[in-house]
Ligand binder design. Structure first.
Ligand code: NAD
Ligand code: DAU
Length: 355
């Protein structure tokens, strides 16, 4: 059985659903259910019966984690749990320090205690996979080469600094205690169940609601986009075949300026769900005050993963983004559950003062 943390969030819930479809092995999902955790993402998991179990709890609760590991003979942990939104980390970094740094540390301690008590065969087979981000590498200029696994860490936001700290702890637990760890650093994900505080779902839903599509600064910041199901398949591959202590970059070779991404969303919506007045959704694009310390460009060199573990993404940006827009159009009930009170408060607080 495997244990995943943060499995009620965007990527974690996609991972649970894909795992249940791809494998017979049971999975336990430990999630604190912060504002970003949503059990509606996991409705389809209910049909898996006893192969899927949800536990509400904090990765920083070492006692709870220890009990789960021991009672269920867990053979692998995949750590998705984190505070993940850069803008929220700028407004209030405390939760990021608590979950991403202290939480990862406590989780590692519980896993270390569990690992020490395993038989030698079980200890050899055990894995701790830490899910991290390309943001730990910092910002690139237009002409810099894409991030390789050897790139120096230069995190620029409280979010990326807290993720960088967690990566270092994971690395240290391998070097010092011999914990069998794997780390993945992935680029920007998009796809089903993406919480609409992030650029792509925010713009799809704002467009349909007739609201502004807020572009920070000049909109020429570049992100490297990967369809979430490809991220999940890469993690499964690293878990199965990755070399202990190694770091693997995951990316889709899809660098795009933000403004191009939003133009693409508008064009797909113009085709699939045109405005009644005949105008393009592009007319709703609004340039707003930039994010403080905004990283200019991320780009992932994912060639190690392809060369050593034979993984490549299945989706192009064009195919993945079309599926994503379609998913939001087809899942209005889910959209209604996530855009209720607390979400509207965030939107007012974050965008209300931006010129
Ligand atoms: P998310 O914010 O959508 O979900 C995070 C989940 O973690 C939520 O379900 C939340 O309830 C849970 N959680 C938060 N604190 C917790 C705690 N203390 N204990 C237990 N559960 C807790 O995040 P996401 O976008 O799905 O990202 C998942 C992971 O992938 C994160 O570690 C993030 O840094 C990393 N990542 C994300 C992206 C991306 O584009 N979204 C890209 C690369 C890496
Ligand atoms: O690179 C991986 C990272 O991608 C993950 O580690 C993070 O968890 C994830 O949130 C994401 O971070 P970004 O900051 O890149 O994602 P976000 O969707 O918030 O923003 C994408 C780009 O769009 C970024 O350059 C900021 C810009 N943006 C974002 C919002 C929310 C806007 O221009 N307007 C907006 O309203």
């Amino acid at each position: 059985m495997i244990l995943i943390t943060g499995g009620a969030g965007f990527i974690g819930s996609n991972f649970v659903l894909d795992w249940l479809a791809a494998s017979d092995e049971p999975i336990i999902n430990l999630d604190k259910l912060t504002y970003a955790g949503n059990l509606h993402n996991l409705q389809q998991a209910q049909s898996a019966g006893s192969r899927y179990q949800f536990v509400k709890g904090d990765i920083a609760d070492s006692t709870l984690v220890g009990q789960l590991l021991d009672a269920n003979a867990i053979r692998a942990v995949v750590n998705f749990a984190a505070e993940s939104h850069v803008d929220r980390s700028i407004l209030g970094p405390e939760d990021f320090i608590q979950t991403n740094i202290v939480g990862t540390f406590r989780l590692l301690e519980a896993v270390r205690a569990h690992h020490k008590n395993l038989s030698s065969d079980a200890a050899k087979a055990f894995r701790f996979l830490h899910v991290s981000t390309d943001e730990v590498y910092g910002s690139l200029s237009k002409t810099d080469p894409a991030f390789t696994e050897d790139k120096r860490y230069e995190p620029n936001s409280p979010y990326s600094a807290s993720k960088a700290a967690s990566d270092h702890l994971v690395r240290a637990y391998h070097h010092t205690y011999g914990l069998p760890v794997l780390t993945t650093n992935c680029s920007n994900n998009y796809g089903p169940y993406h919480f609409p505080e992030k650029l792509i779902p925010l713009c799809i839903l704002n467009a349909l609601a007739g609201k502004a599509l807020p572009i920070y600064g000049d909109g020429q910041q570049i992100r490297d986009w990967l369809y979430v199901k490809d991220h999940c398949s890469a993690i499964r591959r690293v878990l199965e075949k990755g070399a202990l202590g190694e770091v693997y970059n995951i990316g889709g070779w899809n660098e795009k300026p933000n403004l191009d991404v939003v133009h693409t969303l508008c064009d797909i919506l113009d085709e699939l769900s045109p405005r009644t007045d005949g105008h393009s959704y592009r007319t709703q694009i609004t340039f707003v005050t930039d994010r403080p310390g905004h990283d200019r460009r991320y780009a992932i060199d994912a060639s190690k993963l392809e060369r050593e573990l034979g993984w490549k993404p299945a989706e192009t940006f064009e195919s993945g983004i079309r599926k994503t827009v379609r998913w939001y159009l087809d899942n209005t009930a889910w959209v209604d559950t996530v855009t209720s009170g607390a979400y509207r408060e965030w939107v007012d607080k974050h965008y209300g003062h931006r010129s």
